[in-house]
Design a protein around this ligand. Structure first.
Ligand code: ASP
Length: 591
């Protein structure tokens, strides 16, 4: 026996008169005075089935019992629909299946939500994810994800990369987040860490002579819950030997161009523009600039060098900057909105947010009275100020001023709804990231990318001289419409340089041996120069699908409290299990 002859998207006018058997779910059922119509749905589409009591009384009688989402098998004859009842929106809309027999394979209870509605209670959707995934938009996303991954595998294979699995039960590798730990029963008191990324293993594969590795890799990071983060997520992870930065960038451009062609039939122009980290910060106030709109940050340091306005003058005297953006057309901003923007600026570290509104030919602002005529003229010219503009200033250290105006710029674009008609896909590379960043909180230097990232050859002297903040890394991020979709670097492959890097990060030699002895040792046995990158698959598929949440492109995601609602994990472990693992919980039970 075969269950079916066709899928529910397959039958057309030319099949009229033929027999067919279909299987699927009852998407809807309509009773037209004893004549029962159902829309039968399977993975591929929908076919209308009609039960005619005078021709097939037995099947028709059974069809009266059908309810939404019952699983059925129907055999019948394909017939053209009556003139005027065709449905042009359905691929099978010209025909219907006149049922001769009906088998109910399984019946369904009333669903907790309708599959054709937009369900706003996401926890409910996630609790019944298997139903949620029946919805067309979700099943489309699953397919799209498959297509993206398949294309990636094909491209990587054609470029000579080997797909190699690395351990999930592994050792802590620092990517800047907390590890998930798994207690070892056989070595009481010891723990595996789930990989934050396969970073060290992929580098060790280079030492092993693999030369070109990739993996669709599951990564785990125990971060504080922020909107749209998942504790486990998927990366396309890549590493190669004897490659330059240009080689890796070209590979990823080719990969992304192919993915967009296969998945969306869109040709994206390559190569992508490249911005240095410094330029990205200077012009857009972000290391992942959204270049779909302008409103760039403009430097005003030369204009206000002698300013009487204390805030500007102090910033410049202290070696900082004065910058501004011109929010064209936003002079009508409300006081509430200005307060909001000011709050945002403060979160970015600014003390406030100076502004000028240009209304009725007048500059309205608490600060213009400090400006000379010459300063005003120069400012008007530099920012092309015209009626209706809102000028927003940042006067601070370079980092804080850029960061502040960068965030304000994005919020202003939201307020002005600048992107409402945009279907631009602005890819770009940010290159020449700093190697190290000073953490005020921890009072130490941290790696901006990770500790295995290579310093720029020209900047090694700066590293030796202890000018850590000035050292650039051979590190790059790929950005799409202001979202970082991947990042990587060339790596350190010399044991002594790697050890030096660990020392700068405050890891002393005995700790280095304990945590990274394996990699320091491996680098002494002929490690080739190498580098790589990882792309965030969930986010990329989300952008390709045009969804707003990565949860919509993951089959079984956790909600934003880190809970997988369907199975209700995480869950308590029972006492016996814990005892076997030599683990005792100190968690206080909620009252
Ligand atoms: N392991 C890095 C990350 O997960 C990517 C890389 O450097 O290849 O961000």
């Amino acid at each position: 026996m075969t269950y079916r002859t066709h899928h529910c998207h397959a039958l057309r006018s030319e099949h009229a008169g033929q027999s067919a058997t279909l299987c699927g779910w009852v998407a809807s059922r309509r009773d037209h005075g004893g004549l029962i119509f159902i829309d039968l749905r399977d993975r591929e589409g929908i076919t209308q089935v009609v039960f005619r009591p005078e021709e097939n009384p037995e099947a028709a009688a059974k069809s009266h019992a059908l309810r939404s989402e019952d699983v059925i098998r129907v055999a019948g004859q394909v017939a053209p629909r009556l003139a005027g009842t065709e449905n042009a929106r359905l691929a099978t809309g010209a025909i219907e299946l006149v049922a001769t027999s009906l088998e109910i394979l399984n019946s369904a209870e009333v669903l907790p939500f309708q599959l054709d509605d937009k369900v706003s209670n996401e926890d409910l959707r996630l609790t019944y994810r298997y139903l949620d995934l029946r919805r067309e938009s979700m099943s489309r996303n699953l397919r799209l994800r498959h297509r993206v991954v398949k294309t990636m595998r094909d491209v990587m294979d054609s470029e000579g990369f080997l797909e190699i699995e690395t351990p999930i039960l592994s050792k802590s590798t620092p990517e800047g987040a907390r590890d998930f730990l798994v207690p070892s029963r056989l070595t009481p008191g010891s723990f595996y860490a789930l990989p934050q990324a396969p970073q060290q293993y992929k580098q060790l594969l280079m030492v092993a002579g693999v030369e070109k590795y990739f993996q669709i890799a599951r990564c785990f990071r125990d971060e504080d819950l922020r909107a749209d983060r998942q504790p486990e997520f998927t990366q396309l992870d890549v590493e190669a030997s004897f490659v330059t930065q240009d080689d890796i960038l070209a590979l990823i451009e080719k990969l992304l161009a192919t993915v967009f062609r296969e998945a969306r039939a869109i040709d994206i122009p390559v190569p992508f523009p490249r911005l240095t980290h410094r330029e990205a910060m200077n012009r857009f106030g972000s290391d992942k600039p959204d270049t779909r709109f302008g409103m760039e940050l403009t430097d005003l340091g030369d204009i206000f060098r002698e300013s009487q306005f204390k805030v500007f003058r102090a910033a410049l005297d202290n070696g900082g900057v004065v910058k501004a953006i011109n929010a064209k057309g936003l002079a009508g901003i409300t006081t509430g909105q200005i307060e909001n923007l000011t709050e945002l600026a403060k979160q970015a570290g600014a003390k406030g947010l100076a502004f000028i509104k240009v209304e009725n030919g007048e500059w309205k602002s608490p600060i213009v009275k400090f400006f000379t005529d010459a300063e005003k003229t120069a400012l008007a010219e530099r920012l092309s100020i015209t009626e209706g503009d809102l000028i927003l200033f940042g006067a601070d250290t370079w980092e804080t001023a850029c960061e502040t105006l960068g965030r304000v710029r994005l919020r202003v674009a939201e307020i002005l709804d600048l992107l409402k008609d945009s279907n631009a896909l602005n890819f770009l590379w940010v290159v020449d990231f700093p190697l190290l960043a000073w953490s005020e909180e921890e009072q130490k230097w941290n790696a901006v990318h990770h500790p295995f990232t290579r310093p720029c050859a020209e900047d090694i002297a700066l590293l030796e001289a202890g000018e850590f903040g000035k050292v650039r890394a051979v590190a790059y991020d790929v950005v799409l419409n202001g979202v970082e979709i991947g990042g990587g670097s060339l790596r350190i492959h010399e044991s002594d340089l790697q050890s030096r890097m660990f020392s700068v990060l405050g890891i002393d030699e005995s700790k280095q041996q304990l945590l990274f002895g394996h990699i320091l040792k491996a680098f002494q046995f002929g490690a080739p120069p190498h580098g790589g990158i990882a792309l965030g698959l969930d986010r990329l598929v989300m952008l390709i699908a045009g969804e707003d949440s990565i949860r919509d492109v993951i089959a079984f995601p956790k909600n934003n409290r880190g809970v997988e609602m369907m199975t209700n994990s995480p869950a308590e472990a029972d006492f016996k299990q814990l005892r076997e693992l030599s683990i005792q919980s100190t968690a206080k039970k909620p009252a």
